[in-house]
Design a binder for this molecule. Structure first.
Ligand SMILES: [Zn+2]
Length: 346
C-alpha cells in the first residue's frame, strides 16, 4: 500500500491518536457524532464542523467558519471523511480520518469525492498524506447492520471480475490480466473464509474487512485501465436507487446486485461463484433479501429492465446486463432464486 496512507488498528487507541493533534476541528455528521461523542470527552475538539452533503458550495460555507491553526480530524462514513479530506487539502494539512463504520473506501483513496450542482466535481490528489485510525471499539458502537453491509459491498470484487472475464472473452474489453485476477481471487477467498468473523464484528473481522477494502481500492487506483472499480452489482444498486427513489443502504443494494449478477453470470463464466457469494452473505448476516431491505419484486424488475439504458447513459461498463435478454421465463427463474431463495440452480 502507498506510504502516504498510514493506517493504525487497535482497541481504545483513539484518545492517544487525538492528543498530539490538539487543537483540532472535528468534521462529522449528526449520526456518527451522536453515536461516538462519548469517546471525544477526554480530548475534545476545539470546534465541530457538521456537514451533511458533499456539495462544494455547502462545504465551502462550512470551511469559512473553521478556526485558524487547527488540525483536521474526520469522523464518520464517506461523506464526513471526504469533507475532512477536502478541508485538510485546502489547509495543506494531513488529516486524521476515523471511520465510524467499515462500509466505505473513502478514507483510503486519493480521490476527494465532492460534488457541484448534483454532479461529480471530485478530484484526485496523488500521494496526499493521510492517517487513518481504526478503533475497533468505536466501530462497534455503530449498528452492526452497517458493518455487515460493508462486507456485502466488498463482494463486488467477484461480480466485477466476472463481468471482466465475460467482456474479455467477447473482446469488448481487454483480456483479464492474470496477475490482477489472482490478487482479486485471493481477496475473495479470504472474504469467503472469514464471513462469520467479519459478520460478528470481532477485532480480527473488522481489521480484515478494512484491509481488504483498502487493498481492493488500491488495485483500482493503481490500475485505472482495468474495469475493476465496479461492475454489474453496482449498476444494479445505482439504478435501483434511481428507480425507487428510496433511501436504501448502499452495501445492501450492492449485495442484492451481487446475488442477481452472479446468478446471471453463471451462464457465461466457468465459475461465477454464485453459490459461495449468497452463502457468504447469509453467514455474515448481511441484509439483502428484498423483503428485508424494503424493495418489491416489481421494483427489481423495473430496475433490471432499465439498467442497461442507465449504464449506456451514465457509466458505459461492459457487464452481464449487456448480454441479457429479459424474458418472462428469465424473470421467473430469477425470482425463484432471489425471492423464494430456491436453494440451488444449475
Ligand atoms: Zn459500493
Amino acid at each position: 500500500m502507498p506510504e502516504h496512507v498510514q493506517t493504525v488498528y487497535g482497541s481504545n487507541i483513539l484518545e492517544s491518536e487525538l492528543a498530539p493533534l490538539q487543537p483540532y476541528v472535528l468534521v462529522t455528521m449528526e449520526m456518527p457524532w451522536q453515536v461516538c461523542k462519548q469517546r471525544f470527552s477526554t480530548i475534545p475538539p476545539a470546534h465541530i464542523a457538521r456537514v451533511n452533503s458533499l456539495d462544494v458550495e455547502k462545504l465551502d460555507a462550512v470551511y469559512e467558519g473553521l478556526p485558524d491553526n487547527v488540525n483536521i480530524v474526520g469522523l464518520g462514513g464517506g461523506t464526513a471523511l471526504d469533507s475532512a479530506k477536502y478541508f485538510a487539502y485546502r489547509r495543506q494539512r494531513r488529516p486524521l480520518l476515523i471511520p465510524s463504520i467499515t462500509s466505505s473506501n473513502g478514507p483510503f483513496t486519493d480521490f476527494i469525492s465532492i460534488r457541484k450542482n448534483g454532479g461529480s466535481f471530485g478530484f484526485k490528489v496523488d500521494g496526499y498524506p493521510k492517517k487513518i485510525v481504526v478503533d475497533y471499539d468505536l466501530i462497534r458502537l455503530a449498528n452492526p447492520r452497517y458493518n455487515r453491509a460493508g462486507y456485502g459491498d466488498l463482494l463486488y470484487i467477484q461480480t466485477t471480475l466476472n463481468d471482466w472475464r465475460i467482456a474479455g472473452a467477447d473482446s469488448t474489453e481487454q483480456p483479464v490480466d492474470p496477475s490482477i485476477e489472482q490478487r482479486l481471487i485471493s481477496i475473495m477467498d479470504s472474504a469467503f473464509a472469514n464471513a462469520e468473523e467479519i459478520g460478528a464484528g470481532t477485532d480480527q473481522g473488522i481489521r480484515l474487512l478494512m484491509e481488504h477494502t483498502q487493498e481492493s481500492s488500491g488495485l483500482y487506483i493503481d490500475y485505472p485501465q482495468y474495469p475493476i472499480s465496479a461492475g454489474s452489482e453496482h449498476l444494479f444498486a445505482w439504478n435501483l436507487e434511481l428507480v425507487t427513489g428510496k433511501e436504501l443502504i448502499h452495501g445492501e443494494m450492492v449485495s442484492l446486485g451481487v446475488v442477481i449478477s452472479s446468478f446471471l453470470q453463471r451462464k457465461y463464466v466457468k465459475d461465477s461463484r454464485y453459490r459461495e457469494l449468497r452463502q457468504a452473505l447469509d453467514t455474515a448476516g448481511v441484509l439483502y433479501h428484498p423483503d428485508e431491505i424494503g424493495v418489491g419484486w416489481d421494483e427489481i424488475q423495473q430496475t433490471l429492465l432499465t439498467v442497461e439504458e442507465y449504464n449506456q447513459r451514465v457509466r458505459k461498463f461492459h457487464s452481464v446486463f449487456g448480454k441479457t435478454a429479459w424474458t418472462p421465463a428469465l424473470f421467473e427463474e430469477l425470482r425463484e432464486y432471489v425471492v423464494l431463495r430456491s436453494p440451488d440452480v444449475v
